[in-house]
Design a protein around this ligand. Structure first.
Ligand SMILES: Cc1cc2nc3c(=O)[nH]c(=O)nc-3n(C[C@H](O)[C@H](O)[C@H](O)COP(=O)(O)OP(=O)(O)OC[C@H]3O[C@@H](n4cnc5c(N)ncnc54)[C@H](O)[C@@H]3O)c2cc1C
Length: 378
């Protein structure tokens, strides 16, 4: 796909930053599971922690395509940094940017759209994953406050973020129409991160529980009206799926790049292994699927900027790119043989990192439900 000069410039700038600043730490943060604060601060200074938001609010002033290219390039070298960037931008900041009142935007956006503070999105609960509408966290209105009780789990940046968009149940009888979104702040009495997860992949990202024990949240922190939380989280996930598609694309491209390089260098039977038909076929399949993923992710990014209905296209891009990332990283290990299995090569990390892309923001099974529902709706 032919990119505009502006998008080419974004790609070049983010790639340089990724190669020079992010890649050298990727293996270490995977080993130690340490959050890469230094990198995230540098990304904020460069405008990479709020790329699709207007500069008026402290954002990077790019469009969705520029942002997708950014997530792709960061994830190509380090998916843990990529998911931190994507979750902050698409899940933490975007709902306040899209649905916040003028006062809420004034209060929160300058800090979070600039990346000075991290934002997160609390939807998943122990009993409400794919069925996120089954939320058990309650918010009971008492005068000018909601009293919030419950637990969220698997929340990206739960212990590093300072602003949270959280879904709660304000009217159980109303089912999904009883879900209300609230903006919560680190330090509100009764609100704290819980157990930090020890993960298979994206280990340098912060994933933990959120615990609410009689948290008093002012009514002015309600995002949208009471009962609009379901609508808000569905719209948020549409945007989020594009970013996970972009993350998966970056991982798959990273796997392809490493495989091509290795196949040209590694010699067996007196020849570079890239001369063997079996290896050539693997590289050709990988490259074709990576390019198809790129077209889907870039196309839906542009459709979002045109204001189109993107529910099906976002799900397709996420589904295809994430399944491609799984196949591409598995193949990349095969191309690398035994070396691909070893920790000192980046390939096994890419393989572990890829797996979250077929789970987070809706599993592949859920993306297919969404696509089929859109295809068959009256
Ligand atoms: C590293 C990480 C980061 C995350 N970050 C966040 C975050 O920032 N915020 C947040 O809110 N959540 C986050 N999540 C949660 C993530 O979105 C959920 O894990 C995901 O939606 C799946 O939910 P679940 O884990 O409860 O699995 P389940 O819903 O229990 O699914 C188990 C299996 O059943 C299948 N299944 C379920 N329902 C159906 C159905 N109707 N038809 C067919 N198959 C079905 C699923 O596809 C899956 O294979 C994160 C998760 C991880 C692992």
């Amino acid at each position: 796909m032919q990119l505009s000069d502006e998008h080419k410039m974004i790609k070049k700038m983010v790639r340089e930053f990724a190669v020079n600043e992010v890649a050298p730490k990727a293996m270490e943060i995977d080993e130690t599971a340490e959050f890469p604060w230094d990198t995230i601060k540098k990304m904020a200074e460069l405008g990479l922690m709020g790329m699709p938001f207007s500069e008026e609010w402290g954002g990077g002033g790019s469009d969705t395509l520029g942002y997708s290219i950014g997530v792709e390039e960061i994830s190509r070298v380090c998916a843990a940094t990529g998911i931190t960037m994507a979750a902050h931008t698409s899940l933490g900041v975007a709902p306040i940017y899209q649905f916040g009142t003028e006062e809420q935007k004034q209060k929160y956006l300058p800090d979070i759209a600039s990346g000075r503070k991290l934002a997160a999105f609390g939807l998943t609960e122990p009993g409400a994953g794919s069925d996120a509408g089954a939320t058990q966290t309650t918010a009971v209105r008492e005068g000018d406050y909601y009293i919030v009780n419950g637990t969220k789990c698997f929340i990206t940046s739960a212990s590093t973020a300072e602003t949270f968009v959280v879904t709660t149940m304000t009217d159980k009888e109303a089912g999904t129409r009883g879900i209300t979104a609230l903006i919560m702040e680190k330090g509100m009495p009764g609100f704290r991160p819980g157990k930090k997860e020890n993960k298979m992949g994206v280990r340098g990202s912060d994933t933990a529980e959120l615990i609410f024990e009689n948290v008093k949240v002012p009514v002015e922190n309600r995002l949208g009206e009471e009962g609009e939380g379901f609508k808000i989280f569905l719209a948020t996930l549409d945007g989020g799926r594009i970013s996970i598609g972009a993350m998966a694309l970056g991982i798959a491209q990273g796997a392809l790049d490493a495989s091509v390089k290795y196949a040209k260098e590694r010699k067996q039977f007196g020849r570079a292994i890239c001369k063997f038909g079996a290896i050539r076929e693997m590289l050709a399949d990988m490259a074709t699927e990576v390019e198809a993923s790129r077209l889907l992710v870039y196309d839906v990014s542009m459709a979002k900027d045109r204001g189109e209905h993107i529910v099906k296209e976002a799900a397709m891009a996420k589904l295809f790119a994430s399944e491609t990332a799984m196949r591409a990283t598995r193949t990349a290990i095969q191309v690398h043989g035994g070396y691909g299995y070893m920790r000192e090569y980046e390939i096994e990390r890419l393989f572990r990192d890829a797996k979250i892309t077929v789970i987070g923001e809706g599993t592949s099974e859920i993306q297919k439900l969404v696509i089929a529902r859109e295809l068959t709706k009256e």
